[in-house]
Every structure is written in structure tokens, then in C-alpha cells.
Design a protein around this ligand. Structure first.
Ligand SMILES: [Mn+2]
Length: 332
């Protein structure tokens, strides 16, 4: 995306924010640190402007994963408000409308602001502010706040920092530009306690999560000279270790770290009623040789070039065959 396009869409978003009075903020299914951080930061920013703003998460997403439980969810609703039609809907960190939490509830004339950093964002909004050069959606919100003359502090600063740290892999992924560090510096000056947030995000792991990781590592397999490193987590693995779905977060980083790996994949059963034989496939690429968002899109999913995912009902053998072929095609 060219700089001029994001500059233009940024102006449009600013106009929308200044011009509207009532907002509803939503994010993607299975909210991660950037999703939760973006919700909280945007809510704080709009509230400071005197706007009527509510964050929405379906009750099924609560409680949040333990990593984010320290963040304050003031202003959260789990039922859509009756005046939904009159609210500007702000989608944060959502690459597309698949599995969006308010699917069907928005009217045809809904006014949607789409604020995101996924390069394959489907531009589903009335206004689309998609900046794929941003490390995280929180970075875009920080930029918007700056343009509105708002300085992040307190809970908002913490929330922005959580989005930044988690989506950049603690400032180590290749999306970590100088702006990410400038943002971090500003947030630290605003009082963010980086070590305290680190402790919340990365320590205090439930023992069950360690046991779940052990199972995934035990089942890991390499294919095609190690280009694909893959593992599985079954419903039984979750049940027998006492794990919830979000405990599989981070497992894939261990797979990606294996020598020679081009793509790491984690295949896990979806839990909960109605999920049936549905499985979630997470993909990570180690460099630019393979764009995993292309592989995910071929199965109806999406994401970033180096981090993507999809949901499937394919069996193990078919799934492995599909992944190996898709990777080989891109490496050819
Ligand atoms: Mn994100």
C-alpha cells in the first residue's frame, strides 16, 4: 500500500471519529493481545473525546486468556446494544468479515470503520484504514491518537503496549520497524511498566499449558527435508491436561525454531459445542520464501505473510498433503 493511500484513509478515519458520537468496537474471534489491546486503547481514546463508546465481545470469549486478564475491560458489553443501527461500527485487527462476532446483526446501511494491518484485508468497511506497514493494529491506534492530540497513559498505554509486544514477538519479528520502538519509548515515558507487563504476558503460565506444550513437542514431525515442521493437538490433549483452547498459543513458535524450517504448522481440534470435527491450522513462515497467508486463503482463511491460519474439516493425511504441496509450489 502506498503512503498516500494510508494518509488519505487516516484523514477519513479522523473525520469519522470527530464527526460521530456513538461507537461500537469489535475485534476478531479468539482475541489475541493486539485485538484486546486495540479494543481497550480505542475505547479509552474515544471516551477521552467525550464519545459514547462500548466494546463488544461475545460472552463465549470470556474470561479472556489468563495473559490478558490483568487488563481492565471497563465499558465491555456482551450483548449488542439496542441502538446498534445508530452506532459507527469500528472493526479492529479484523482481516475480513469471516467469523466476525456481530455477523448478521449489522444492518445493510451500517457505517463501518475498518482499522487493521493485515495485508490481505478485504476492505469490507465503509472506510478502510489498512496499513500493512504497521507492526500491529495498536500501532495504528497510537498514530490516530497522536493525530487527535491524545496522549496515551494509564490503562490505554498498557493496552497499546500489550498489542505491540505480542504482535511483534517481543520486538523480534520482521514487522518490528523503528516506529514500533518509537512507540514503545513513548509508552515507557508515559509510565508503562514493561517488566510488569512481561510478567503478566509470559510468566505465570498454568502448569496445564506446559503439559499441553509437552504433548505438541512429543508429536512434532518434519517433512520434506525439514521445510515443514508440524504438530497436532487433539481434543483429548486439551481435556487430559486440563487445558483451554488458548493454551495452544505459543506452541508454534517452538516448531518454527527448528533448523531448516520454512513453514511451521500446528493443527488443533476446535473445542466446544458445535465445533464437531472442525480444526484450526496455524501457520508461520521463517522468511519470505513462503507466504503462508496465500496457503491460508486457499482454505478460506487469511493473515499475514509470515503468520496466518485457517479452519478446516480435512483429515490428517489430506491436510499434510495439501500443506506439503502448497509449500513445494511456492518454493519451486
Ligand atoms: Mn494484529
Amino acid at each position: 500500500m502506498s503512503v498516500s493511500t494510508t494518509t488519505a484513509s487516516r484523514e477519513q478515519v479522523l473525520e469519522e471519529i470527530v464527526g460521530a458520537e456513538r461507537f461500537l468496537l469489535v475485534t476478531h474471534e479468539g482475541p489475541d493481545g493486539d485485538a484486546v489491546g486495540s479494543l481497550i486503547a480505542m475505547r479509552g481514546a474515544l471516551a477521552e473525546l467525550g464519545k459514547d463508546v462500548v466494546m463488544f465481545l461475545p460472552a463465549s470469549e470470556l474470561p479472556l486468556p489468563y495473559e490478558y486478564a490483568f487488563l481492565s475491560l471497563d465499558g465491555l458489553v456482551t450483548e449488542l446494544p439496542g441502538d446498534l443501527d445508530e452506532r459507527t461500527l469500528v472493526f479492529l485487527d479484523c482481516g475480513n468479515l469471516e467469523r466476525n462476532p456481530i455477523a448478521g446483526a449489522e444492518s445493510d446501511g451500517a457505517h463501518v470503520l475498518n482499522i487493521d494491518h493485515h495485508h490481505d484485508n478485504t476492505r469490507f468497511g465503509t472506510v478502510n484504514h489498512v496499513d500493512d506497514a504497521a507492526s500491529c493494529t495498536a500501532e495504528i491506534i497510537w498514530d490516530i491518537m497522536g493525530a487527535l492530540g491524545l496522549r496515551a497513559q494509564g490503562d490505554v498505554a498498557d493496552a497499546l503496549y500489550v498489542g505491540l509486544v505480542t504482535d511483534t514477538g517481543r520486538f523480534m519479528y520482521d514487522n518490528t520497524g523503528s516506529r514500533a520502538h518509537v512507540m514503545a519509548a513513548e509508552l515507557i515515558q508515559a509510565g508503562v511498566d514493561t517488566h510488569d507487563i512481561y510478567r503478566h504476558l509470559y510468566e505465570g503460565m498454568p502448569f496445564a499449558k506446559l503439559q499441553l506444550l509437552a504433548r505438541a513437542l512429543d508429536k512434532a514431525q518434519c517433512f520434506d527435508d525439514g521445510h515443514l515442521t508440524l504438530s497436532w493437538l487433539s481434543g483429548a490433549d486439551f481435556a487430559e491436561t486440563g487445558s483451554v483452547e488458548s493454551y495452544s498459543e505459543g506452541v508454534i513458535d517452538h516448531l518454527r525454531a527448528v533448523e531448516g524450517t520454512k513453514v511451521a504448522a500446528l493443527i488443533r481440534d476446535r473445542l466446544g459445542p458445535g465445533r464437531g470435527d472442525e480444526r484450526k491450522v496455524s501457520l508461520r513462515a521463517t522468511d519470505d520464501d513462503v507466504d503462508v497467508s496465500r496457503i491460508a486463503r486457499a482454505q478460506g482463511g487469511g493473515g499475514h505473510r509470515r503468520a496466518a491460519g485457517f479452519t478446516t474439516r480435512l483429515g490428517d493425511a489430506e491436510l499434510v498433503t495439501f500443506l506439503r504441496a502448497a509449500i513445494a509450489r511456492q518454493l519451486a
